[in-house]
Design a protein around this ligand. Structure first.
Ligand code: ATP
Ligand code: MG
Length: 870
């Protein structure tokens, strides 16, 4: 069965069981501070499990892109070495939100595997939670009894808390689970060791394919468990592993999910898969990692230096390292795999097709730049090696190479071992540990349980229409971090505060109680669909009604920038072309930033046009036309554009100003005229194929003009109030360059004169044409002088001293015959003379220089040499 059919059979099966089929959510999470990437099928549904939102259906099924490279689930180091863990993989899942429970979940999983996919029952094992004393949890007898109806009891195994109790994080919904394992070994192997003994033992052909989680508890901050009022089902089946079983192969990489990519790598690199273990690992690493990186870029997460972007960069660099070391690829090539990938998976994930060029460009540039880093690193490593006494390179030096220059440590170790040297691994680990502790301490955070003041309260956002409201605090909790100290997070029954999202910053403002006491709201953020207000201190009278007031000034300036961002987007598509797509935005009170796909620098004429376009629409005083709760399809048919990597509900909000129409949850001015004026302040590159425009509006424009005017006034006054300052500056520049030329000529003349004088001072000592002298020339002038004299005299020995900017310089020149015959060495000589001028230097045997901070020692140095030669 082809992988495409395997996927659609799964979805069809659950559709027939009344599940709503939804597309995969984006892989990069936006409003969950505990998680960077979706790492299991349930992550996008967290808000439903937490009871913060209602799902559109109580039964859902999908295939979800998951990435396991950081945090609690991190499989990165396994990937490539084994045949069944990936960084990015698809998790097929079916969900019940307070609907069906263990009985149906177990029966359907069994039906699908054995009747639809027709997997032989005799290669399957299931596990059941055995209970846990510490948590005072009983064995999952219920699940055991349901399994018994389908599978013989000797295939039901007991599992411990590590494998059979699933937790979302340190806190939150959790419960026992049943895993389904498959034994795909040959009969001969089975007869030697029973599959029973290999379940959960990391055997590559006795692997877990599906996990059915029965969510029935909630883990509180103090570690205790409470029963959940309504129980949920969360299942996850590894798609690639399922394909391995159904396609009768022994490795995920031998399924049609991977073989086209592997064939392409073989062709490009000229290596065969399956001949040499090291090459095989590299090929698996690359074929896995290119998927993770491509999907991430398609979702709008580009490689970068921080956060999620840094994780992606590290994945790509791991692939480059393996291709560099084991496939001998010294030029970018991973980007060339994107074509096959998008052909193969573009059907199920259209973003891969749509964003193909961007993905290729970004990967190619990342490859080129990391390959340069590797080149530089090799040179630096050579330097370290030649300065190493003994046979061990210090961990500190290796760490520096790793930390400052980004040179991978495994490559350092490999190169050293090829040179017969050792790496002080322990020293390296110590440095790494120290650094980790530093950053851990900086990011440590503790979160208390919510204290609920009003149970079951819904939350309503009223901030599109109001900046003030009387609100009740429904719950609060304390969060402590190194960075911010103690903070409190408050949730209201209704709120005018806009939570950070869609690029727009969160509102600030204050809460006022009936006595007029005020607590400032420092920021507003969304977490799993709940709007949270950050305050430094808890209000004194928590349960009373408070007046919640948004900082109207900050909100207004932010709105000017947000509306301007929409107009800018429209302008760019109109002027540069419809290939322009939004790739990120940051809307603040002071300025706006807009990232978009475009393949060359935007010229200053184009920027001017864009500015004019936006300002024309501001002058046109276009009113805001807003629609809330429009069905997604309708919004799209009206011309709004959905962005990849953004999570949309079934109904959306559209924001329209004239011909600009966008899907947007942000806040806007009522009329474009409010913006006053729009000015682009910079245009730059963010990554290959991605440009960034920064701009300002409204109040910020006034500051901008005033500052500009101030600078101009100062310039004018420096120019003695010249009528035409530009002309005056041009005159100064001209004058300056002609003066420079004159000086150059004068210096040349001077050198000529000095040369003439010096010729008379050369004396013959023991057959050596000898001269020492303090001269008034710079380093370059002295060097020229040495080589000119050198071309005219044989057996020449020169030592010049000079003082420049309060520093001493010694320059020594020795004819090659003298070096060869008399064993004189300029490098050695200046090194020794360095002590007179409190400095040092070196160079070659025939030419060397030394610098020092004591010019008064020059005379002594010159004298010392005379004695030496004599
Ligand atoms: P394993 O013990 O094999 O790492 P797991 O216990 O981490 O699996 P779950 O968290 O229960 O797995 O995830 C559900 C399913 O997702 C697994 O049964 C497996 O089929 C699949 N899966 C998990 N991790 C990976 C991975 N890194 N690559 C591919 N598939 C995976
Ligand atoms: Mg795992």
């Amino acid at each position: 069965m082809k992988s495409q059919d395997i996927r659609s059979k799964f979805l069809k099966f659950f559709e027939d069981k009344q599940h709503a089929i939804v597309p995969s959510a984006p892989m990069v999470l936006k409003d969950d501070p505990t998680l960077m990437f979706v790492n299991s099928g349930m992550a996008p549904f967290k808000e439903y499990f937490l009871g913060n939102a209602e799902p559109k259906s109580k039964r859902i099924a999908d295939t979800q892109k998951c990435l396991r490279v950081s945090g609690k689930h991190n499989d990165l180091e396994e990937v490539g070495y084994d045949t069944y863990h990936h960084t990015l993989f698809e998790m097929l899942g079916n969900w019940s939100f307070g609907d069906y429970f263990k009985k149906e979940a177990i029966a359907w999983a069994w039906e699908l595997l054995t009747e639809v996919y027709k997997i032989d029952k005799n290669i399957l094992y299931v596990t059941v939670f055995e209970g846990d004393k510490g948590d005072d949890l009983p064995m999952d007898q219920e699940a055991y009894d349901f399994w018994k109806e389908h599978i013989s009891e000797d295939r039901i195994l007991m599992g411990n808390k590590k494998d059979n109790f699933w937790e979302m994080g340190d806190q939150g919904p959790c419960g026992p689970c049943s895993e389904i394992h498959v034994d795909i070994r040959s009969d001969e192997e089975k007869s030697k060791v029973s599959g029973k003994d290999l379940v959960n033992m990391d055997h590559p052909q006795v692997v877990e394919i599906w996990n059915l989680v029965f969510m029935q508890y909630n883990r509180k901050a103090n570690g205790s468990l409470e029963s959940l009022p309504s129980k949920h089902i969360d299942t996850g089946m590894g798609f690639e592993r399922l394909c391995m079983v159904l396609q009768g192969v022994k490795s995920n990489y031998d399924t049609d999910v991977f073989t086209p990519i592997i064939r392409e790598i073989e062709t490009i690199a000229g290596k065969d898969y399956g001949k040499n273990e090291k090459v095989d690992v590299a090929i698996r690493v690359i074929s896995d990692h290119v998927r993770a990186v491509a999907f991430s870029i398609a979702d709008g997460q580009l490689p970068s230096n921080t956060g999620a972007g840094y994780v992606i960069r590290r994945i790509l660099r791991r692939a480059i390292r393996y291709s560099f070391t084991f496939l001998d690829q010294k030029d970018p090539f991973i980007y060339r795999l994107v074509d096959v990938l998008s052909k193969k998976m573009g059907e199920a994930f259209p973003e891969l097709k749509k964003e193909k060029h961007l993905i290729e460009n970004v990967i190619k540039e990342e490859e080129a730049s990391f390959l340069r880093t590797l080149d530089q690193g090799l040179v630096l490593l050579d330097g370290i090696v030649s300065n190493t006494k003994g046979d061990t390179v210090s961990g500190e030096r290796a760490f520096e190479l790793y930390d400052t220059y980004g040179f991978p440590i495994d490559l350092t170790a490999l190169i050293l071992s090829e040179k017969g040297l050792k790496l002080d691994e322990q020293g390296f680990q110590e440095q790494l540990e120290k650094q980790k502790n530093r950053s851990r301490a900086a990011s440590e955070m503790s979160t208390e349980d919510w204290t609920v003041l009003i149970d079951d309260a819904e939350q309503e956002f009223i901030g599109y229409d109001n900046l003030e409201a009387n609100v009740k605090i429904t719950r609060y909790r304390k969060v402590t971090s190194k960075k911010d100290g103690d903070m409190y997070q408050l949730v209201f029954n209704l709120t005018p505060f806009y939570a950070e999202g869609g690029g727009q910053v969160g509102d600030k403002g204050y809460l006022e109680d009936i006595n007029g006491d005020v607590v400032y709201v420092l920021d507003t953020k969304k977490e799993n669909n709940v709007i949270i207000h950050f305050v430094k201190n808890l209000p004194e009278h928590l349960s009373e009604t408070h007046k919640a007031v948004v900082d109207a000034n900050q909100r207004y300036r932010t709105e000017c920038n947000h509306t301007a961002t929409h107009l800018l987007h429209q302008a760019l598509r109109d002027i540069l072309g419809t290939h322009v797509e939004q790739k990120g935005s940051a809307v603040h009170a002071k300025h706006l930033r807009f990232d978009f796909s475009h393949f060359s620098k935007v010229t200053s004429e184009e920027l001017q046009e864009v500015e004019n376009f936006v300002n024309a629409r501001i002058a046109g005083k276009l009113p805001l036309k807003e629609q809330r709760n429009v069905p997604m399809e309708q919004a799209i048919s009206e011309g709004a554009m959905a962005l990849f990597g953004e999570k949309y509900g079934d109904t959306v909000r559209t924001v329209r100003f004239g011909q600009s129409i966008e899907l947007c949850g942000g806040t806007h001015v009522k009329n474009t005229g409010d913006i006053w004026y729009f000015k682009i302040v910079s245009e730059s590159a963010v990554a290959a194929g991605i440009r960034r425009i920064e701009a300002i509006t409204n109040d910020a424009m006034k500051d901008y003009f005033e500052e500009g005017y101030q600078v101009l006034s100062e310039i004018k006054s420096l120019l003695n109030n010249a009528k035409e300052p530009v002309k005056a500056i041009e005159n100064l520049q001209e004058e300056n360059s002609s003066l420079k030329k004159q000086i150059e000529q004068l210096l040349k003349d001077k050198a000529k004169n000095i040369k003439g004088e010096l010729k008379n001072e050369i004396t013959n000592i023991n057959g050596i044409q000898f001269l020492t002298k303090q001269v008034d020339l710079d380093a370059a002038g002295i060097k020229d002088l040495c080589f000119e004299l050198g071309s005219q005299y044989d057996n020449l020995f020169l030592l010049f001293g000079a003082e420049n900017d309060g520093k001493a310089l010694l320059t020594c020149y020795i004819s090659k015959e003298l070096v060869a015959e008399k064993g004189l060495n300029a490098g050695q000589i200046v090194r020794e003379l360095g002590k007179y001028i409190q400095g040092g230097g070196g160079g070659q045997p025939f030419f060397a220089t030394a610098g020092g901070k004591n010019p008064s020692g020059i005379k002594e140095a010159l004298g010392a040499v005379k004695n030496y030669i004599a």
